[in-house]
Write a protein that binds this ligand. Structure first.
Ligand SMILES: Nc1ncnc2c1ncn2[C@@H]1O[C@H](COP(=O)(O)OP(=O)(O)OP(=O)(O)O)[C@@H](O)[C@H]1O
Ligand SMILES: [Mg+2]
Length: 348
């Protein structure tokens, strides 16, 4: 068991995340695209990829892509200073996120918002993106999921929006490439003072605009209510990921959620991209299948192709306060988080 910032990946795990053939790892090393470290596992020294090795790999690829260099031919390899062309690199995984500011949302509680936000930001960080996670729920579950246990002593978005604390001072590092604005119980008291502030719904996006150029991705976890704080995040966001558990009550609440989003769009003259993420799906349950079918029929444009299955691995990751990759890299939950992350980042 390891906290996210101390994670090491096996070559097979790296290959699965980078979508490269495992046999290509040596040539990626020779080409200087990937560095590995030797780690003792039991009595054996094994080649491993640290979190930072993984991030550097993705960053190097992103740089070559940004410069319009195709590494899979000889000219591109020479231009990038590589000894050999790399035919196996999966450039699809190194695009920039389509929407830089995202939120996980549902006025209904317990649908899996905090769990999926935490897994999404950790997975995006693994791909070398500079990520800021924001906890907008006084329960502080995103904060705990990211293994921050001293949030009661730290500033939160309350201090930024109500006490005019510079937003930089509310940001803390969690892991290389991953920062957090944590939450604690004090944030539960924000609604009345925020309501009394001028330009209340704009305060969060104005604060975020001061630091947004430092990040490739900003992702908020929200509280389960139609609150002003959530409204502020809807004003700041480009993509809203509505997490819907595949049970009848969650489905019933979807019309209210979509109506709330539409109302915000009209009031603040914004156009939001919305994705509905079906969560806790169990294909052995007829009710799960029915709800998924109804979700897809009623919101055909919005439902993600990825369905997150109900899995003990996600509960275990919550308990251990780490990524699901650390629980079981070959499990269904790791595959689901993989495909969800890629879908929400690149909207493919
Ligand atoms: N796909 C899943 N499979 C199994 N358990 C899950 C799954 N998604 C979430 N859970 C579990 O469900 C519980 C509720 O999840 P979570 O706290 O993320 O919901 P939430 O929507 O953030 O709740 P709240 O509205 O209170 O903020 C947690 O114990 C979490 O581990
Ligand atoms: Mg939550």
């Amino acid at each position: 068991m390891a906290s996210f910032r101390e994670m090491f990946f096996t070559p097979a795990e790296f290959a699965a995340i980078a979508k490269v053939d495992r046999g290509a790892i040596s040539s990626l090393e020779t080409a200087g695209l990937l560095q590995t470290v030797k780690r003792k596992v039991g009595n054996v020294e094994r080649k491993m990829v640290s979190l930072e090795n993984m991030q550097n790999y993705f960053r190097k690829l992103r740089e070559t892509q940004g410069a319009g260099i195709d590494l899979s031919n000889g000219d591109g390899a020479v231009a990038a200073g590589l000894p050999i062309p790399i035919e196996s690199v999966a450039m699809a995984t190194v695009a920039n996120p389509k929407h830089r500011v995202q939120m996980f949302y549902n006025v209904k509680g317990g649908t899996g918002k905090s769990t999926l936000t935490a897994q999404f930001v950790m997975r995006a960080t693994m791909m070398g993106l500079n990520v800021l996670a924001i906890d907008l729920d006084g329960q502080g579950h995103l904060t705990v999921n990211l293994d921050v246990l001293d949030a009661h002593e730290r500033p939160t978005i309350y201090d930024v929006l109500i006490n005019d604390l510079p937003i930089e001072e509310a940001i803390m590092p969690v892991a290389p490439g991953l920062d957090l604005i944590p939450a604690n119980l004090g944030l539960c008291n924000i609604e009345i003072p925020l309501n009394n502030k001028s330009r209340r719904e704009y305060r969060l996006s104005e604060a975020l605009s001061k630091i947004s150029d430092r990040y490739d991705l900003i992702v908020a976890d929200t509280n389960p209510a139609a609150s002003i704080l959530n409204g502020s995040m809807l004003v700041a966001s480009e993509l809203v990921n509505v997490v819907c558990a595949t049970n009848p009550l969650s489905f019933h609440g979807m019309s209210l959620v979509m109506a709330t989003i539409e109302q915000m769009e009209q009031e603040f003259r914004r156009q939001l991209e919305v994705r509905i993420v079906p969560n806790m799906y169990d294909n052995r349950e007829v009710i799960s299948q029915e709800v998924l079918g109804e979700l897809r029929a009623q919101f055909p444009e919005c439902c993600t192709k990825t369905v997150v299955n109900r899995s003990a691995d996600l509960n275990e990751a919550t308990k251990r306060r780490t990524t699901v990759w650390d629980v079981s890299s070959k499990g269904m939950a790791a595959q689901d988080i993989n495909s969800l992350t890629e879908e929400l980042l690149f909207l493919r």
